[in-house]
Design a binder for this molecule. Structure first.
Ligand SMILES: Cc1ncc(COP(=O)(O)OP(=O)(O)O)c(N)n1
Ligand SMILES: Cc1nc(C(=O)O)sc1CCOP(=O)(O)O
Ligand SMILES: [Mg+2]
Length: 203
């Protein structure tokens, strides 16, 4: 089975990537929103170069066609993205695929696509975006872990203090946005995350 690093930060652009990679990231997602097509292509290309130099796995959010064109090797899709995507084209390009889930129905849809990881969220309340789902809680993390034949990513409202319980519930990797990008010292906070997740990196 694919091994994911236990710490999975998500950044909105390559400027953030340059700030955070030196903390020792091994897995990161580029989640670009509301950018022109040429900016998306430039950013994905630059992110791939930065991550290759740093020995970090890059996951491209949403832009699966641009990811194929750029030679990326990992894409993340939500359920609506998945409905519009050509999963065969993604697979033919040798690209690994992570899929978001929030309900039993979405989990069934995701598993039918044979993903390389499944993400469950929001585990805790998140400030990042409005979502129709109540916080899933740790029992749902455990329930998902019992059902997924691939790594499980937890997302939503995660903090270093909450991390141990989320791992103990069954998550393999913790995806984080708000706790880092709104922190007064994001680079230091990222170092804290790398340290807090270290015990799960050795397992
Ligand atoms: C690891 C991870 N999990 C969930 C998401 C959310 O994906 P999606 O529902 O498509 O929402 P957007 O992030 O595209 O707004 C994610 N990006 N990464
Ligand atoms: C982008 C996103 N997707 C989620 C999902 O549940 O699919 S939760 C979420 C927000 C990310 O978490 P935070 O900013 O709280 O770290
Ligand atoms: Mg999406």
């Amino acid at each position: 089975m694919l091994q994911l690093d236990p710490f999975y930060p998500i950044v909105p652009d390559t400027a953030w990537l340059k700030r955070l990679l030196p903390a020792g990231l091994k897995l990161v997602q580029l989640r670009i929103k509301d950018a022109p097509a040429d900016t998306v292509r430039t950013e994905i290309g630059e992110a791939l170069r930065l991550c290759a130099d740093a020995g970090c796995q890059l996951v491209v959010n949403d832009y699966w066609q641009e990811a194929i064109e750029a030679g990326a090797d990992f894409v993340h899709l939500g359920q609506e993205d998945l409905a519009d995507a050509d999963v065969n084209a993604i697979r033919d390009a040798g690209i690994k695929l992570g899929i978001s889930t929030h309900s039993d129905e979405e989990l069934a849809t995701a598993l039918a696509a044979e993903p390389d990881y499944v993400a469950l969220g929001p585990v805790y309340p998140t400030l990042l975006k409005k979502m129709p789902w109540a916080p899933q809680g740790l029992d749902r993390v455990a329930a998902w872990k019992a059902q997924v034949p691939c790594p499980l990513v937890a997302i939503g409202g995660l903090t270093p203090d909450r991390a141990p319980a989320v791992f103990e519930a069954g998550a393999d990797s913790l995806a984080v946005i708000t706790d880092i990008v709104t922190h007064e010292a994001p680079e230091k906070r990222t170092e804290t995350w790398v340290a807090v997740t270290e015990p799960w990196r050795r397992r």
